[in-house]
Design a protein around this ligand. Structure first.
Ligand code: SF4
Ligand code: SF4
Length: 442
């Protein structure tokens, strides 16, 4: 794509990077076929190519964002399916991140939108505030239908997504010793939403890792990875959260990896090197941290995992989270691990299409998110699985809100098959689902 940025504009490293990305796009349109928003409505402006044109026009002409640009960029899920499809290697993620930051700086949103986005940015990344918010949502959950009926669609979406249980406390900083001789040492990102909504995920990861001789450190000072606010265009807040994590992990000695159980967070931590490339105090440390980041499935695939007894035969519909398959290109490992442990793993048809979760998307764009969930749940249910597995709490919550099937994290199944307890969601779904792997095979 030809661009017309001036030399003065290109002196800004962020503009220079976006110009480089724009130049790689050859307008072929292959990306439109795999873009969930284009697949739903067929509007070119809700396709990657259409958004790229809008962003180019805005940045090249140094224009404040217009309502039209905001509408179509806001509808983008940042699912990154377009990056997997693009034959020219267009780094859409960095381009849309720049566009979101530009929108945040130059566009004044209507008051309700501003208030909601500010509340999400101030509550979600902080576990104590998030627990308070979820406690209020829990009390309001029975009124979701009423909220929908009186036109409060976003409030209704939030209430429907709220858990039915009291929110949990996040993991405190501590070290979990390896069982037997120590074979390795990793930091575990406790995260913000993950532990408050579903502490069983990190608990399962810790059990599996320590059983395999890996010491697990939850570092003091590490918190939200920054992705929630990054996708809201709040760049300064995202970078501050990234720096805090980098400081916390850099202070821990002899780390083999930084293990992450929420693939949305993993994609962001792996991008820290790029996000802080112009910060001379952090660029080196950020690149090192990014290089150590591993999705839990990626790390476990390097270890000698074995089922405790005979193979389980529960049918698992494996939902490949966009952040894992498109953001991190981790596609094989989760399925191979489950298969190796004896589960009957089924790919979800049209698995490249997002479930509609996408961070805060299912609150901010609740209509599109609901349509994507209905589509995803339909394809999953046709497989008639015993359980749905995913590597991201956002997907688990989003999908579980539309089906009666149990949705668990991949590592919960791995833990169960290697000697851990039955995942709570399976226990709640009755005898067939909760048959222990070893018993299911007999
Ligand atoms: S990130 Fe996803 S929603 Fe956004 S343009 Fe790419 S494919 Fe479409
Ligand atoms: S597939 Fe890639 S090169 Fe083709 S239009 Fe989409 S982003 Fe541009």
């Amino acid at each position: 794509m030809q661009t017309l940025f001036t030399l003065a504009q290109l002196a800004d490293p962020q503009v220079a990077e976006s110009e480089r990305i724009l130049r790689t796009c050859v307008h072929c349109g292959f990306c439109t076929a795999t873009c969930p928003t284009y697949v739903l409505d067929g509007n070119e402006l809700d396709s990657p190519r259409g958004r790229i044109y809008l962003i180019k026009d805005m940045l090249e002409n140094q224009r404040p964002a217009t309502a039209e640009v905001v509408l179509h960029v806001d509808r983008c899920l940042s699912c990154l399916a377009c990056m997997t499809t693009c034959p020219s290697g267009v780094h859409y993620m960095h381009l849309v991140d720049h566009a979101r930051a530009h929108i945040e700086q130059t566009y004044r949103r209507p008051a309700p939108d501003r208030l909601l986005r500010a509340a999400l940015a101030r509550l979600l990344p902080y576990p104590r505030r998030l627990r308070l918010m979820l406690a209020v949502a829990l009390a309001g959950k029975p009124f979701a239908a009423l909220a929908e009926a009186i036109g409060l669609k976003r409030a209704a979406a939030m209430l429907r997504l709220a858990p039915s249980q009291w929110p949990h406390r996040p993991l405190a900083p501590q070290t979990f010793k390896a069982v037997g001789p120590r074979q390795g040492r990793v930091a575990l990102l406790a995260g913000c939403v993950n532990d408050v909504l579903a502490p069983q995920i990190n608990a399962a990861a810790i059990r599996v890792l320590t059983r395999l001789g890996i010491e697990v450190v939850v570092a003091k000072g590490a918190g939200c990875c920054g992705s929630l606010v990054h996708h809201l265009g709040r760049e300064a807040q995202a970078l501050a959260q990234a720096r805090a994590n980098i400081d916390a992990w850099t202070a821990v000695e002899s780390l083999d990896a930084i293990v992450i159980t929420t693939s949305g967070c993993g994609t962001t931590v792996k991008d820290y090197g790029f996000m802080l490339r112009t910060d001379s105090a952090y660029a080196g440390k950020a690149a090192k941290v990014a290089g150590l980041a591993r999705d839990i499935s990626e790390y476990l695939a390097t270890l000698p995992l074995e089922a405790v007894q005979a193979a389980p035969r529960l049918v698992v519909a494996y939902h490949s989270a966009c952040s894992l398959q498109h953001g991190q290109r981790v596609t094989r490992q989760p399925k191979e691990l489950l298969d190796r442990l004896g589960f009957d793993v089924k790919d979800v048809p049209d698995g490249h299409l997002c479930c509609g979760s996408a961070g805060t998307y299912n609150i901010l764009q609740s209509d599109i998110a609901r349509r994507l969930r209905e589509r995803k749940v339909g394809t999953i249910e046709r497989l008639r699985p015993d359980v749905i597995a995913a590597g991201n709490i956002g997907c688990m919550t989003q999908i579980a809100a539309g089906t009666k099937l149990p949705a668990v994290h991949t590592v919960e199944l791995i833990d169960w098959a290697t000697g851990g307890p039955c995942p709570p969601a399976l226990r709640e779904h009755g005898p067939r689902a909760a048959v222990h792997p070893s018993a299911a095979a007999s």
